[in-house]
Design a binder for this molecule. Structure first.
Ligand code: SF4
Length: 249
């Protein structure tokens, strides 16, 4: 939805919420996507139902705020079509269950996720992911992704394995309880904002003219859509990129 103006967002969200959609939190440091391949339902190589597991993970961790964005992937066999090892949490099906990989990402400094545990059943997989994510959320620096957190953590992956699998710090129950609280209190932020006049007041360009749109924001058509106009396309109207400070010319 490129090109939506601030004051249009509540109207757009209302239509989406009424149609059964919910916020994906792509604006926050939180869970983004859980990518999956087509899995055993549609693929002859699939050994587990990766689609069902991906939906399960997405519903469980949606809205989870964290030090940085989180991405996950679930592949239905070792061919790895969902590229799960390029995600913060990657799940790859085996004949006996699921392998769990942690600490992967793409982007500027790509990192392959590392194997944390093998051949897990569904419940153990989810338990370990609950613990892993909560431990990361509680101990990583702000804006530190899982790969860098794992690298800088004293003891690295071995330490994570001790804490998550062997409960070496005695905090596993606490981490699981914290995740359970997140799941129990999850709310769709679009729907909640639409119900709250105070929050809706943030979505206007001018405090004293709530219905007025900001004319400084101009668009031009491209490939059948609109995109922001350049200064030249705005007809020579120069929009200051910095705010002049008194006494500095
Ligand atoms: S990862 Fe395996 S199960 Fe999934 S689509 Fe690729 S080949 Fe099929």
């Amino acid at each position: 939805m490129f090109g939506a103006r601030l004051e249009q967002l509540p109207e757009i969200w209302k239509e989406l919420v009424d149609a059964g959609f919910e916020s994906g939190q792509a604006y926050g440091k939180s869970l983004r996507t859980v990518k999956s391949c087509v899995g055993s339902t549609w693929c002859r190589f699939g050994v587990q139902d990766s689609v069902a597991m991906a939906i399960n993970l997405e519903l469980r961790y949606r809205g989870l705020r964290s030090p940085h964005k989180l991405k996950m992937g679930v592949s239905g066999c070792a061919r790895e079509c969902a590229e799960a090892r390029g995600k913060d949490v990657g799940v790859i099906a085996t004949d006996k269950g699921w392998n769990l990989y942690v600490g992967g990402n793409g982007g500027f400094l790509p990192a392959h996720a590392q194997l944390l545990a093998q051949d897990l059943d569904d419940d153990t997989l989810i338990k370990y992911i609950d613990r892993y994510l909560m431990y990361y959320i509680r101990t990583a620096d702000r804006l530190q992704r899982t790969a860098r957190w794992q690298e800088e953590l004293d003891g690295g992956l071995k330490h994570i394995e001790d804490v998550i699998i062997h409960d070496s710090l005695g905090i596993a129950d606490d981490l699981e309880a914290a995740m359970a609280r997140h799941i129990d209190t999850y709310q769709d932020e679009w729907a909640e904002t639409l119900k709250d006049p105070e929050r809706l007041r943030r979505f206007r360009s001018f405090v004293n003219a709530p219905d007025q749109k900001d004319e400084a924001i101009a668009f031009v058509p491209e490939r059948g859509q609109i995109r922001p106009a350049t200064n030249e396309e705005k007809g020579g109207v120069l929009i200051a990129s910095t705010i002049p400070v008194r006494g500095q010319g």
